[in-house]
Design a protein around this ligand. Structure first.
Ligand SMILES: Cc1cc2nc3c(=O)[nH]c(=O)nc-3n(C[C@H](O)[C@H](O)[C@H](O)COP(=O)(O)OP(=O)(O)OC[C@H]3O[C@@H](n4cnc5c(N)ncnc54)[C@H](O)[C@@H]3O)c2cc1C
Length: 362
């Protein structure tokens, strides 16, 4: 570090976690932010885009968050990380030095080995919607986790007149929710016309009897850059971190969000971990210990179209309790939670000092 008081901080990735970290750090230390995309996409709403919500409604220009700050944003992709030299190279050729690196490259859908043009993912939601306009037909969602369930429900609700929707999952539906919660998921999907097949493992999307296949089977962390640079990865292929979310092999690198740790990949963890790594970097610069509090999960929230949902109460380790909220009240709660993510980032932009007082973000 050049001085203990003003570490040059480089943030790669401007998703929920990286943007939150950058905004919280900006009043205190010089911050450079790197992301190839000039906007924040509300990734947690991509299933809504697939079903027909205009993409413009879930995309927010980064300048909206950055204009009140002194953050330098490079619209570029990080292509190389050299921890020995403490530099990151961009696809523009620029080499950026850092004292502290926030590695926030998140995750994407893990694609199967073979994929054809009838295969779509959350990342290709706008193209999927365009394809759905060319219905009628048969659509299969592969993956019985929360993202697959939300996708099947949303498409069935909005496009169910033209599209027969199936959901195929290798195990059981939503293994992380309670029996009561799962019963509600089954009942609501059935009412929306979604045919669920459990115990159906799909390795090759071409083997699925459908006109459109939406792949939601699992996520892959954005750790290729880290692996090439020699950062230690854990058994999940994510960056191995300590309680303060510092890389165990390279403690000058902090890893909020999906790219590191073992917690459920979620926006619910991305925002607090983004905020916490900022606190830790600032604490360290003041000669104090970094923030080692674990992120406590409170809820799992699933939208089931626009008029139904499941809010599942969980213990701090993310295991389900029996307490659930369903139906319209659950849909309302889920919508408020989705809105609160962009609101939290807007607050971090305008009044970063207020964040430590916000439950879950402090
Ligand atoms: C359809 C869907 C619904 C979801 N619903 C929920 C939900 O209801 N609740 C919940 O908690 N979670 C939900 N999630 C999960 C949630 O979206 C992710 O866990 C969250 O986005 C992770 O945030 P992140 O900041 O770690 O990374 P990301 O959001 O993945 O952001 C990563 C950023 O890194 C940038 N980037 C990538 N590569 C590079 C590079 N080489 N150089 C520079 N920048 C790069 C990307 O452009 C992106 O901006 C959902 C996900 C999907 C797909």
């Amino acid at each position: 570090m050049n001085t203990h008081r003003t570490p040059r901080t480089l943030v790669i990735g401007a998703g929920y976690s990286g943007l939150m970290a950058a905004l919280r750090l900006a009043p205190h230390v010089p911050v450079t932010l790197v992301d190839p995309v000039g906007h924040l996409t509300e990734r947690i709403r991509l299933h809504e885009v697939a079903a027909g919500r205009p993409e413009a409604e879930v995309v927010h220009p980064l300048r909206r968050f950055l204009r009140h700050t002194r953050i330098t944003h490079h619209t570029a992709r990080a292509t190389d990380l050299d921890p020995a030299a403490r530099t990151v190279t961009l696809d523009t050729g620029l080499v950026l030095p850092y004292d502290r690196l926030v590695y926030a490259l998140g995750s994407t859908t893990r694609l199967p080995a073979a994929h054809t043009e009838r295969l779509f993912t959350a990342e290709s939601a706008p193209a999927l919607h365009k394809r759905l306009l060319d219905g009628p037909g048969r659509l299969a969602v592969v993956g019985g986790g929360l993202t697959g369930i939300e996708t099947a429900a949303e498409i069935a609700e909005r496009c169910g007149r033209d599209w027969q929707v199936r959901l195929l999952t290798s195990g059981g539906l939503a293994p992380g929710v309670s029996a009561k919660g799962r019963a509600h998921l089954h009942a609501t999907l059935a009412a929306l016309g979604v045919r669920v097949t459990e115990g159906a493992r799909v390795d090759d999307p071409d083997a699925v009897d459908a006109d459109v296949v939406v792949w939601s089977a699992s996520m892959v962390p954005g750790t290729a850059l880290a692996a090439r640079a020699g950062l230690a990865l854990n058994s999940l292929g994510r960056i191995d971190v300590d309680a303060s979310r510092r890389s165990v092999s390279h403690p000058e690198i902090y890893v909020p969000g999906d790219a590191g740790g073992t917690q459920r990949m979620s926006c619910q963890a991305a925002l607090p971990t983004g905020s916490r790594v900022a606190s830790s970097i600032l604490a360290e610069a003041r000669g104090k210990a970094p923030d080692a509090r674990p992120v406590a999960f409170v809820l799992q929230c699933v939208s089931l179209g626009r008029a139904d949902g499941l809010v599942q109460s969980v213990r701090s380790d993310d295991s389900p309790r029996e307490l659930t909220l369903t139906g319209k009240p659950a849909a309302f709660v889920k919508e408020q939670i989705c809105r609160s993510t962009v609101r939290a980032l807007a607050l971090a932009s305008r009044r970063p000092g207020a964040l430590p007082a916000v439950p879950g973000l402090g």
